[in-house]
Design a protein. Structure first.
Length: 109
């Protein structure tokens, strides 16, 4: 599974018959744009969960459906910056507690 951000809808009116009339979205996976079948009705700006391979085909409706990426969920709350390590040399990465910062037993300073 992937976490992607929806960029914009993709309209393709001239399709093969097996493609049916499912909605397509351009999603951003890191810095790569991909096209995904929208099985949930998301909008640009949404963070979504995508599945690939045979799971994408089944999520789109059939094992024979011609998809290799399908959106299967809209994420309610997602902070893409959470949990990232600050770059080396930034104030947040150089500030670490030292033994002199720790309180002494009995509250002495």
């Amino acid at each position: 599974m992937l976490i992607c951000k929806v960029v914009k809808p993709l309209v393709s009116t001239n399709r093969i018959p097996d493609f049916e009339h499912k909605h397509l979205q351009v999603v951003l996976d890191g810095s790569t744009q991909k096209v995904a079948v929208d099985a949930v009705g998301c909008i640009p700006g949404d963070w979504v969960i995508c599945v690939g391979s045979s799971a994408a085909r089944e999520a789109a409706g059939s094992k024979s459906y011609p998809s290799d990426l399908t959106i299967v969920g809209i994420i309610d709350h997602w902070d893409p910056e959470a949990g990232k390590t600050p770059p080396a040399g930034s104030p947040a990465s150089t500030e670490s507690p030292t033994a002199s910062d720790a309180p002494l037993p009995g509250g002495a300073k």
